[in-house]
Write a protein that binds this ligand. Structure first.
Ligand SMILES: *Cc1c(COP(=O)(O)O)cnc(C)c1O
Length: 375
């Protein structure tokens, strides 16, 4: 029987694989696989979610003015150059579909956010992966990969899944050498987690250039991943294009109210940032003390390298920890078969995961097999 056929470049596409949320035989696994912020959202944001039936029947503000106003006040950015999206994923996706199509190239780091290559392929364009340098983006490698077909360059800074960051002078150097027709997207999803003094998310460059956009999100340090609120700051012409292609009511009214409440509760954000920095330091030191290869992180997760020898590999550790009810992220499909990515958890979870990994390194994953039935 005949059936409608999707475009050929869509047929080849593999969907985004989210972090695991379930483990067989474990009733309530500890999910450390999706970089969610365990510190939790602002109490004010939670209160803002109280149902208001008369508001539910209305369409939300198509221009998300209240959120953009809160962002404008907080970051000192011009209101008209801000746009909100259903997560920054929506805005990253729209940027690709707006500026690239068949015959065009889009550059991303090999170990970087998978949405860039997935959506590049969905747009029928070619995703060009450049090897990382010291786990962050490699400026010289990216510049060498630029061709006449290049339309966009994506830098996730800090980088997911490595946690590494590119110091600001390097971002400036990249921008100086880029053709003016190439759009540089600075994806700063983890900007609120960064403590490094030589980091900058991108506002300075957006303000003075015509080919730079910065994307941000309330999903990470603001701990509102479930609400899907992201935003971007860009030059007039880019914001204009995004406003033409986005869905008119992309931010729901309740999410919008909670977002404003969270943005105006900076004391809560600061408390979460201290918690994150403290436990990031603990996990980095504790895992390094076990002899593991820890990538220095500026995010709310840590990438950890495991030994090459069976049964002590990342794959064995991943299955062992899953059986013990701890869900981490193993990304062999992205070429990271020797590493696991671990989101910072509660103090108890952080201590427990270190203890489990210590036990695993002592005995390999035999211990997991023996006790699997009991756990
Ligand atoms: C989580 C993440 C995002 C997207 O988050 P949203 O929830 O869609 O705002 C974007 N970029 C990177 C690098 C991320 O890790």
């Amino acid at each position: 029987m005949l059936k409608p056929e999707a475009k050929s470049h869509i047929l080849d596409l593999a969907p985004y694989v989210p972090g695991r949320a379930k483990a067989e035989g474990v009733a309530e696994p500890v999910k450390l696989s999706s970089n969610e912020c365990i510190f939790g959202p602002s109490q004010r944001a939670i209160e803002a979610l109280t149902p208001a039936p008369e508001q539910l029947l209305r369409y939300p503000d198509p221009e998300s003015v209240d959120i953009r106003k809160a962002l404008s006040d907080l970051h000192g950015l011009p209101l008209d150059n801000l746009i909100c999206g259903a997560g920054s994923d929506e805005l990253l996706t729209l940027l690709i579909h707006t500026y690239a199509g068949p015959g065009d190239e889009v550059i991303h780091s090999r170990y970087g956010f998978m949405v860039y290559p997935i959506q590049t392929k969905a747009a029928g364009a070619t995703a060009v992966a450049v090897e990382n340098k010291d786990w962050a983006a490699d400026v010289d490698g990216i510049l060498a990969a630029i061709t006449e077909k290049t339309k966009l360059v994506f830098i996730d800074n800090p980088c997911n899944p490595t946690g590494a960051y590119l110091p600001w002078p390097e971002v400036e150097r990249l921008h100086r050498a880029l053709p003016e027709t190439v759009l540089l997207v600075l994806d700063a999803a983890y900007a609120e987690c960064v403590t490094a003094a030589d980091y900058h998310a991108g506002e300075k460059l957006v303000a003075q250039a015509q080919n730079v956009v910065m994307t941000r999100t309330l999903s990470k340090q603001y701990a509102l991943a479930g609400l899907r609120i992201g935003w971007a700051y860009g030059p007039d012409h880019v914001i204009d294009m995004l406003n033409r292609v986005r869905m008119p009511f992309n931010i729901n009214s309740h999410g919008g109210k909670a977002a404003v409440a969270a943005l105006t509760d900076q004391d809560h954000l600061k408390a979460g940032q201290s918690f994150n920095a403290e436990w990031r330091e603990y996990l980095t030191a504790a895992l390094a003390a076990l002899g593991l290869d820890v990538v220095p992180s500026q995010t709310n997760f840590i990438l950890v390298g495991f030994p090459d020898e069976t049964p002590y590999t990342a794959e064995h550790a991943y299955h062992y920890l899953t059986r013990m009810g701890y869900l981490l992220r193993w990304l062999p499909g992205q070429g990271l078969k020797n590493h696991l990515r671990l989101t910072i958890g509660t103090p108890d979870q952080n201590r427990a995961v270190v203890a489990l990994i210590q036990g695993f390194l002592a005995e390999g994953d035999q211990i997991g097999h023996n006790s699997a039935g009991a756990s």
